[in-house]
Write a protein that binds this ligand. Structure first.
Ligand code: WT7
Length: 630
């Protein structure tokens, strides 16, 4: 059984042990899983290349650890508890035994449709149980899954399919979100029409039954999957074989495919799940994230199932049919651990205290927050109105690249402090450095957040572009993983992650590259140049502010730009504010001075700093004037 820390003293001891001899520590954790063959070497690493290999030579299949391993002890326990979008429909429970059978059926169907070990399969699906089933089915046969959030546009989907050279897309006919039916299959058709030459088959799950257009690559899920055998041998995988690719935005260019491998990811996500949530046997755990993001991968599917938990999956949105839905679900299923994003907390907080007051939330033991800094007001509201002062809040800091939770309080064990992710998890050595890479020591200090030593679930590469991985994470500071975040360490040594220090903005917990949004805006024929920055937004955390130079200004320009961005990336990247400007502040070398644009967007114009080095200092006043109307 995966080790669970049980006291403050235990945390200190475990942490000490895990950093003095990380290899021994992680080896001990790895021993608790089921391996076909044990590893030859615990760790082999070099951050300069980077080369990171955990448990190499070890052979396993993660689904045997998520499913088969649990059958003797918890075959009839609910593994996935699914709550539909429409509260009038019934919830679905899949026991570990049922889930294993469904995963095997789907795995057999995938094999029959030509999917083999190493092939990439892209998902474009709503939060239905079949998504979890099919993701695990890929892992069962050694195919690499890449889940694309179903809010991305056809163009964004096609880009990811082509980057991964996926052989198959798995989608639904329509998604249900609140009162709306969203035509996802149509988006897949559009992506295919743009050219996805590697795709041989599209496997379509009938979700709403609304009419769709049928093409020759298409295969119905219900015509293939249910007829398959309910057993399927698990493919033996090397610990370092690829498990999945997940695309995420960076500060430059197109999204990158973060690659995670089988062994280390398994050991780490399970350990962190059990410890961060202090999950007890029989608890009902609910993470509200979408499986299109890393949180859904690690903390709806893999972490909880590896730990033998009951993991809830919700198809809908927090405000349908009303703003009490989350709390109604917590009451209905007696949820014990609840994990969500600050943006959801803020949105629900804005709807008033009466909603949570209507429901019995007494089963809750632990509240989690993830994806962006949680502001103090939202933290207190969560504590008072949801936790009733009885549930420790774990503000968990981590990233797509880290695979699992890195910095968090341990509920009931370490203390909590609003807005602080606080303490490093065992095996994690966070440090702060200044811009020159000098260690920032002592307490009550700020710096750039880096991690000193490898941990099992860290990214191994960016798909098809190892150099980009090296550049982005391992080149800024020698022998350190650079997170891209700035952080503060308080007087007692707790860490508070302040936010990105690169050109990445965090909109409602979703990561957007400013360059990516600019590229999309520039597709509008009237746009000559654009600059995108983040600014503080009450609900979303950060909003998207776009400054654009256009060659003929019309009344419709803002609406048109928003629709171009929706077409190129998806509605999540739509700028909240668009300001038409006659020029952009540039340095003598022609670089846009984003620092100034950020200040203007944040209405911090009294602290602009020196603008005299600009090529065109006079533009600053003009932009400030114009910003008053944006
Ligand atoms: C970025 C990673 C981790 C899964 C969801 C987001 C920010 C994440 C926190 C937190 C402050 C946080 C960071 C990080 N972030 N959690 N608890 N406090 N900031 O994954 O899309 O890879 O984004 O989200 O800036 O670098 P992601």
């Amino acid at each position: 059984m995966t080790y669970r820390i049980s006291s403050l003293e235990d945390y200190h001891d475990t942490y000490q042990r895990s950093t003095v001899d990380p290899e021994a520590f992680w080896q001990e954790q790895a021993e608790t899983f089921s391996w076909r063959k044990k590893w030859d070497q615990v760790l082999d690493w070099n951050f300069q290349e980077p080369r990171i290999r955990w448990f190499s030579g070890g052979v396993l299949n993660i689904t045997e650890n998520c499913l088969d391993r649990h059958i003797p002890t918890r075959g009839d326990q609910v593994a996935i508890l699914w709550e539909p979008n429409d509260p009038k429909e019934d919830a679905i429970s899949l026991t570990y035994r049922e889930l294993l059978a469904q995963v095997c059926q789907c795995a057999n169907a995938l094999k029959k449709l030509g999917i083999k070990k190493g092939d990439r399969v892209v998902f474009y699906m709503p939060m239905v149980p079949e998504l979890a089933v099919a993701v695990l089915a890929c892992a069962r046969i050694g195919a690499v899954h890449s889940v694309v959030f179903a809010g991305f546009s056809a163009q964004a989907l096609a880009d990811r399919v082509n980057d991964a050279e996926a052989k198959m897309i798995i989608c639904s006919d329509f998604n249900q979100r609140g009162a709306k039916h969203i035509p996802v299959k149509k988006v897949v058709d559009q992506a295919m029409a743009m050219g996805c030459p590697s795709v041989e088959r599209v496997l379509v799950h009938r979700n709403t039954g609304d009419e769709i257009t049928w093409t020759e690559q298409d295969v119905w899920w219900h015509e293939e999957v249910p007829h398959q055998d309910v057993t399927c041998p698990a493919e033996p995988m090397d610990a370092e074989d690829m498990l999945f690719i997940l695309y995420t935005s960076g500060s430059t260019g197109k999204p990158k495919g973060v690659v995670h491998t089988c062994g280390g990811y398994m050991v780490y996500t399970c350990f962190k799940f059990k410890n961060a949530f202090q999950y007890d046997e029989g608890d009902v755990y609910w993470c509200t994230a979408d499986i299109g993001w890393i949180t859904g991968h690690s903390y709806i599917i893999y972490g909880p199932l590896l730990a033998g938990a009951t993991s809830m999956m919700f198809e809908g949105v927090p405000t349908f049919p009303d703003a009490g839905r989350f709390w109604e679900i917590c009451e209905k299923h007696k949820v014990n651990q609840f994990y969500t994003a600050p943006t959801a907390i803020r949105a629900l907080m804005a709807k008033g205290n009466d909603w949570p007051a209507k429901y019995d939330l007494s089963a809750l033991k632990v509240l989690g927050s993830v994806g962006e800094p949680i502001n103090e007001e939202a933290w207190h509201w969560y504590d008072t109105h949801i936790g009733k002062g009885n549930c420790p809040i774990i503000d968990t800091w981590w990233q797509t690249e880290t695979g699992g939770i890195m910095i968090t309080p341990l509920p009931g064990i370490t203390d909590t402090k609003p807005t602080f992710a606080s303490y490093a998890m065992p095996g994690i050595q966070p440090i702060l450095v200044d811009a020159d890479g000098n260690l920032v020591e002592g307490n009550d200090v700020e710096g750039l957040l880096c991690i000193k030593f490898p941990w099992p679930s860290m990214l191994r590469t960016t798909y098809g572009d190892h150099e980009r991985c090296r550049q982005t994470y391992f080149s800024a500071f020698r022998d350190l993983y650079f997170t891209g975040d700035g952080a503060r360490r308080d007087k007692e040594g707790r860490i508070r992650v302040i936010g990105r220090v690169d050109d990445v903005i965090n909109v409602s917990g979703h990561r957007m590259g400013t360059a990516e949004v600019e590229n999309a805006i520039n597709e509008h024929p009237a746009v000559i140049e654009s600059a995108v920055v983040g600014y503080p937004h009450d609900i979303k955390g950060q909003g998207i502010y776009a400054y654009v130079i256009v060659d003929n200004e019309s009344d419709e320009i803002a609406a048109e730009i928003r629709s171009v961005v929706t077409r190129e990336i998806g509605p999540i990247a739509k700028p909240d504010k668009i300001q038409v400007v006659p020029g952009l502040p540039k340095t003598r070398s022609g670089k846009i001075m984003r620092r100034i644009l950020r200040k203007i967007a944040s209405k911090e114009t009294s602290r602009l700093g020196d603008v005299s080095t600009l090529l065109n200092p006079e533009i600053v006043e003009t932009i400030i004037e114009g910003s008053k109307e944006a």
